[in-house]
Design a protein around this ligand. Structure first.
Ligand SMILES: [Zn+2]
Ligand SMILES: [Zn+2]
Length: 349
């Protein structure tokens, strides 16, 4: 993640910051420049255009909305096609939490230059149905279909999500991870299945035309193959070629976001006596658009090893509880080439 600063006093801000901790300025993220700007109630001029605080600011959305957007909502909130009923305040609280993860996802997609056509502009465009399985009458299945990503807001409840993580035997389960995985399905559909990339994708990951429902039934009956970790990043990735791509895409976002965060703090990691790694210094970069996947991994492995030690120093589990074997590295390389080849200049239109 890139580093944000207060536009008035330059204090460090988080992507979620509404009010500057240091000087009290109301601030908001300006989507076209991915930077923090003042966010007065009456709006303000940013590079010749008038921007208002998003109408969901009382629900902690800190993005700015263009005066001519029509809805009063920012580009992130407009991507939400379906949300809980206004009377369902419990679900709205979870919506506010999940929306912060969605905005973190969108900033990274924009940073990577991934094309982003909203559902309200084009059929098959990207949109989000954010619903809670805890609300009466709702059955919510997390997934993607024809551009629309469905998320179960109940997963923003730690107790609920952790119980699921343990019962499914997963080493990592977060709301941000769900967003990164599901948007991977969207990008496979848009950038791979509808282009010439599909031939190489089938060679590397398998034929996505095989029955998905059969694959799901088989996975929940027999589980992943015993030797799954010799070819896949997770057990879930073994279920179907679609899931393999989405898992690799999510990991690509995990790696590049964490490397960019390290770069924003000018972190350098010294390697000395680490098995399989040459001694030397590794300095993560803020962008790997011009790098190869091998170069990304050469920076990532030592950084992840170090960050795992940091987590353990705090009595937590590994920050990155995964191993990247050679077949997975080849799939990540495929994702990297698709992403860099699809790069556009202005993702938010
Ligand atoms: Zn400030
Ligand atoms: Zn908003």
């Amino acid at each position: 993640m890139r580093l944000f600063r207060c536009p008035r006093c330059r204090a460090v801000a988080f992507i979620e910051t509404v009010v500057c901790d240091a000087c009290g300025l109301q601030m908001g993220l300006h989507p076209p420049t991915l930077s923090m700007r003042p966010a007065p109630e009456q709006g303000g001029d940013v590079e010749g255009t008038w921007w208002f605080p998003c109408s969901n600011r009382s629900w902690r959305c800190n993005w700015l909305a263009a005066a001519d957007s029509g809805s009063g909502q920012c580009v992130s909130c407009r991507l939400t096609r379906t949300r809980p009923d206004n009377a369902d305040t419990l679900a709205l609280e979870k919506l506010a939490t999940a929306s912060a993860d969605k905005r973190r996802l969108l900033v990274q997609l924009a940073d990577l230059g991934l094309p982003l056509t909203p559902w309200h502009e084009k059929k098959g465009g990207l949109g989000f149905d954010l619903l809670s399985s805890r609300s009466s009458g709702n059955r919510v299945v997390i997934g993607h279909a024809s551009g629309i990503v469905t998320i179960d807001l109940a997963e923003s409840l730690d107790a609920h999500r952790e119980a699921l993580r343990i019962s499914l035997g997963e080493p990592y389960r977060t709301m941000l991870g769900h967003f990164r995985h599901e948007v991977g399905h969207y990008y496979q559909w848009v950038l791979v299945e509808q282009t010439d990339w599909i031939a190489e994708c089938r060679t590397l990951l398998g034929d996505e035309r095989t029955s998905y429902s059969d694959a799901v039934a088989r996975h929940y009956r027999t589980g992943a193959p015993r030797d799954w970790n010799e070819g896949y990043i997770s057990e879930y990735a073994t279920m179907h070629p679609w899931e393999d791509f989405a898992e690799c895409f999510a990991h690509y976002l995990h790696l590049t976001s964490t490397l960019q965060t390290a770069a924003s703090g000018s972190l350098t990691v010294r390697i000395e006596g680490v098995p399989h790694l040459p001694d030397g210094d590794v300095t993560p970069r803020s962008s790997y658009a011009d790098a190869t996947m091998d170069e990304i991994l050469a920076d990532w492995i030592p950084l992840a090893t170090f960050l795992n030690r940091v987590n353990r120093a705090m009595g937590k589990g590994d920050l990155y509880p995964f191993g990247i074997v050679a077949p997975v590295a080849r799939k990540l390389d495929f994702v990297h080439r698709v992403v860099t080849a699809s790069r556009v200049e202005t993702p938010f239109g």
